[in-house]
Design a protein around this ligand. Structure first.
Ligand code: NOJ
Length: 545
């Protein structure tokens, strides 16, 4: 029996992104693994209010990989990399999650494989190899140049010349990550079979890596220059990604993936996509909603990845992001929000130039969990982990640091306690830890901690039907405060308000209410008559009568 449309589990779920290398080491090699995650599941959800209470986890890639891009270079889509365990460990994890009602999403990487994948090995063997056309090969231009002006997301040309066969192959990321050719129906069929293999094993769904890149312009036409780029800036932004990202043919591939998921009951996919709200809307499949179940909206991280810089934490920006999302999505489609992930600096570190990042992050939690849509919490966000910038060169890991971005600071191990191994490992961790004073142990019994705020808000969200399924109405604009009301028929409405400034603000209440959670406990008394008083950087949820 299929779930009733509009009431699927993922619509009300709180998702948790877990970077498997950094969650819990169980075998003492300094790298997190699957059995480690299984051991920590009670922290994520033990069915009581004492746990975080999330509903689903997304594991960044766990497949066999040379780890040039830490698993985003897959050499076998259906296996488990020994660094994380084996298939039995994966089965144990899935079963233990399902026992607790936690759904499991894996990371599907359709755009590229590792250069060590047998498909690429075969493809590069000769120009007449049976799998030659599984990847994107082109002759040099007359005179010997690269086939077009596309740049790799990590910088430098997106093409590498293969001496043996005298052609270039396309790689939108590292040269060790050759792009698959999704115009070849055999490739699409093989990738669909990968999905089925995992769906048969009981996986609940997938996060899909760079979904918008799998189908490029059929003639691989040059990209137009980016008018906002100037000399000295990353070459990633030198051109608009017109012909190799969100190219209209991509939506056909999206529908094909959806059809595979629909062969099973209760499964879903969330796409990593970049673009304007209108482009993001396309990934849902338009009014037919026959595309992805969810597509990430990264605008709280950056409003445009081609412009550079990060989104500000101020009322006009927050309001603009919410309004654009509400206006942009087809009816029945639900936004999907993330305030951080393994590719970007952590929320607190992005908003800490005045040392108030922690306070903004507390308010951020109530916004993320109060918005209409699916919230994704990045591991450690719930205890206020910060970027670890102090990593000596010899311990740096991210290969992209040689090209464009350095992502190690946001990938450091989960901090379970203040001990030298942070409860993560007894060995030297693969990346250095962050500051010892940020840990689960320090926060779990403190009702004022970030962890308690997350637990309480996630628990409360589950009780408030308006938050789970209600509409969102933005209240009239004001440069200091953002407020919106969530309403569902037959349920009490909830107002979500945030003061983004360093001064106290007041908000006229549209109707009487009662604060049900706030970033600071002193707020309990700050709803006087028809005015809500919000201290600096605070946020609150108010149940309306
Ligand atoms: C996006 C992933 O999130 C990132 O970590 C990875 O490097 C690229 N895609 C390439 O797979």
């Amino acid at each position: 029996m299929h779930e009733h449309p509009g009431h699927e589990w993922w619509r009300t779920a709180v998702f948790y992104q877990l970077y498997p290398r950094s969650f819990q080491d169980s075998n003492g090699d300094g790298i997190g693994d699957l059995d480690g995650i299984t051991r920590r599941l009670d922290y994520l959800n033990d069915g009581t209010r004492a746990s975080l209470g999330i509903d689903a986890i997304w594991l960044s890639p766990t497949f066999p990989s040379p780890m040039k891009d830490f698993g985003y270079d897959v050499s076998d889509y259906t296996g488990v990399d020994p660094v994380f365990g084996d298939m039995a460990a994966m089965e144990r994890l899935i079963a233990a999650c399902h026992d607790r009602g936690i759904r499991v999403l894996l990371d599907f990487v359709p755009n590229h494989t590792s250069d060590q994948h047998p498909w690429f090995q075969e493809s590069r063997a000769s120009r007449t190899a049976a799998r030659r056309d599984w990847y994107v090969w082109r002759d040099p231009l007359p005179g010997g140049g690269v086939p077009n002006n596309w740049v790799s997301a990590f910088g430098g040309p997106a093409w590498t010349f293969d001496e043996a066969t005298g052609q270039y192959y396309l790689h939108s990321f590292l040269k060790e990550q050759p792009d698959l050719n999704w115009r070849n129906p055999e490739v699409e069929a093989a990738m669909h079979d990968v999905l089925r293999t995992w769906l048969d094993r009981g996986i609940d769904g997938f996060r899909i890596d760079v979904m918008g890149m799998v189908l490029k312009h059929p003639d691989l036409a040059d990209n137009p220059p980016n008018p906002e780029w100037s000399e000295g800036h990353s070459d990633y932004r030198q051109f608009l990604w017109t012909n190799n990202r969100n190219y209209p043919d991509v939506y056909g591939a999206v529908r094909g993936i959806r059809r595979v998921l629909d062969e099973y009951e209760g499964r879903m996919a969330v796409g990593e996509v970049f673009g304007t709200p209108a482009e993001i809307a396309n990934y849902y499949g338009g009014d037919a909603l026959d595309g992805l179940h969810l597509a990430f909206n990264f605008q709280f991280i950056h409003e445009s990845d081609l412009r550079g810089g990060f989104s500000a934490w101020d009322a006009p920006t927050i309001r603009r992001i919410i309004a654009a999302s509400e206006e942009g999505l087809p009816a029945g489609a639900q936004p999907c929000w993330a305030f951080g992930n393994h590719d970007r600096p952590r929320f607190i570190s992005r908003h800490n130039s005045d040392g108030r990042g922690d306070e903004r992050a507390r308010a951020g939690a109530l916004i993320l969990l109060g918005l209409r849509g699916s919230p994704f919490v990045y591991y450690g966000e719930e205890i206020g982990m910060v970027d670890q910038l102090d990593i000596p060169e010899e311990r740096r890991q991210d290969p992209a640091r040689h090209h464009s971005i350095w992502r190690d600071p946001a990938r450091t191990p989960m901090q379970w306690d203040a001990s030298p191994g942070r409860g993560f490992s007894r060995a030297t961790p693969w990346l250095p830890f962050g500051p010892a004073d940020i840990s689960v142990a320090a926060q779990e019994h403190d009702p004022d901690s970030m962890l308690s705020l997350y637990r309480d808000a996630i628990w409360l969200r589950r009780q408030e039907r308006a938050l789970l399924e209600g509409t969102l109405e933005l209240l009239p604009a004001n440069d200091l405060t953002v407020a919106f009301i969530r309403r569902a028929p037959g349920a009490r409405s909830v107002l979500v308000a945030v003061n983004t400034t360093g001064g106290t603000t007041t908000l006229p209440m549209p109707q009487p209410g009662r604060i049900i959670i706030a970033t600071e406990r002193t707020l309990d008394s700050s709803l006087a008559g028809s005015l809500l008083r919000l201290p600096p950087f605070s946020a609150a949820w108010v149940a309306l009568e």
